[in-house]
Ligand binder design. Structure first.
Ligand SMILES: *Cc1c(COP(=O)(O)O)cnc(C)c1O
Length: 371
């Protein structure tokens, strides 16, 4: 077991029982599942933002033998992987932020997304030690990053003719692939096909939602992110997402229990008032650990493996649950906030957010424990 976040002594490490258990085998299995859906395609394992809060170095090491490439947001994230011995190709998904990064990328073997004219100009004007891999991004409807479809042919030809460029993957990104019944993805796909007419590829279109729900988008390279962490990108059940295995179990323990009379309120603002005599449990995790402060009364929490409702406002270091159905629950008993019993998607939905945000907000105070 590795405890990446802990800088204190072993004795201190155990002081607060708030941990995220990370199942590296589930991560590898989810990657294999993504690959199995797209036979023959390369798969860029997206490990940006510290692997969506799961710890990029350990997960990249777990996958190093199998990963076709890793995707990160910036060269700091890519350097962290290189410095820990990861030799796989790494794609910088926002490309270079200034011309100096081109030289660094060449020296480190990073592949650069090119999504603006200035990034393209920097690359063509550079004197890199080795030619770079490039992922040329076009905007087919997301309207965030990328060249227009009309600019693709020219940009592609300039890159292909440059001695600074080793090879070019043409990519785009979907805005609504997590809505399997919405036609927006079909429109983006059609725009891509039209723009890329005459270019042989390779192409990369699909994020997790597209890999799972839009088979026509799985092309030469898929780009799975959230599905690698075992979380469905859809807000409704989807058959292709059922095979995903959760990677993170966020856990803590009960640190106090109380029996309150009807009419008593719990926590800041007295948001929850007991309508009957109520057994209340206090759990050592709060919004400063990354649990959402917006979680409403009734959000599921598992105590001793059984679901009870959250009651009262989430505090910085603690939250409270209704233990009325668990008379025997006591101090020290295990609590799961999300994982295999409570789905992170359900906590996210109730709190008005998505599992991506819950995972990436898990704070460094939470011990990451790898199995
Ligand atoms: C983050 C990211 C992904 C992964 O998206 P998921 O929805 O997590 O699968 C894929 N492609 C790009 C360009 C990204 O930035």
């Amino acid at each position: 077991m590795v405890n990446q976040n802990t800088i204190a002594t072993a004795a201190l490490r155990m002081s607060r029982p708030t941990s995220a258990f990370i199942d590296t085998q589930a991560f590898v299995a989810n990657y294999r599942y993504a690959k199995s859906l797209s036979p023959g395609a390369g798969a860029l394992a997206v490990v940006k933002a510290n692997a969506y809060g799961h710890g990029a170095v350990v997960l990249a090491r777990a996958l190093a033998d199998g990963a076709d490439a890793f995707g990160v947001a910036c060269s700091e994230e890519a350097m962290e992987l290189r410095e820990s011995g990861i030799r796989n190709p790494i794609v910088l998904l926002e490309g270079a932020f200034d011309p100096a990064e081109i030289d660094q990328a060449a020296a480190q073997g990073f592949t650069l997304v090119v999504h603006t004219q200035s990034q393209l100009d920097w690359l063509l004007a550079a004197r890199p030690v080795l030619p770079l891999g490039v992922w040329l991004k076009i905007d087919t409807g997301m309207h965030r990053l990328g060249f227009t479809p009309e600019q693709l042919a020219t940009a592609h030809a300039r890159l292909a003719a440059s001695p600074n460029v080793r090879d070019v993957v043409v990519m785009t990104h979907f805005a609504r692939a997590d809505e399997p019944d919405d036609a927006a993805t079909d429109r983006q796909l059609a725009r891509f096909a039209e723009a890329a007419d005459g270019i042989e590829g390779p192409f990369s279109l699909a994020n997790s939602a597209a890999i799972l729900a839009w088979p026509a988008t799985r092309d030469d390279w898929i780009r799975p992110g959230i599905m690698l962490y075992g979380s469905s990108p859809f807000d409704k059940p989807h058959s292709a997402a059922a095979a995903l295995a959760p990677v993170m179990r966020l856990e803590s323990r009960l640190i106090a229990t109380h029996d309150l009379a009807a009419g008593e309120s719990v926590g800041y603002g007295g948001r929850y008032t007991c309508d009957r005599p109520t057994r209340v449990g206090v759990v050592a995790i709060g919004y400063a650990d990354g649990y959402p402060r917006h979680a409403p009364d009734g959000t599921p929490v598992a105590v001793n493996g059984r679901i009870v409702p959250l009651i009262g406002r989430v505090s910085m270091d603690m939250l409270t649950v209704d233990l009325s159905t668990q008379a025997e629950a006591k101090i020290g008993d295990p609590v799961q906030l999300w994982g295999d019993i409570v789905s992170a998607n359900e906590v996210a939905r109730r709190s008005g957010t998505i599992a991506y945000e819950l995972f990436t907000r898990v704070n460094r105070r939470v011990h990451l424990v790898y199995r």
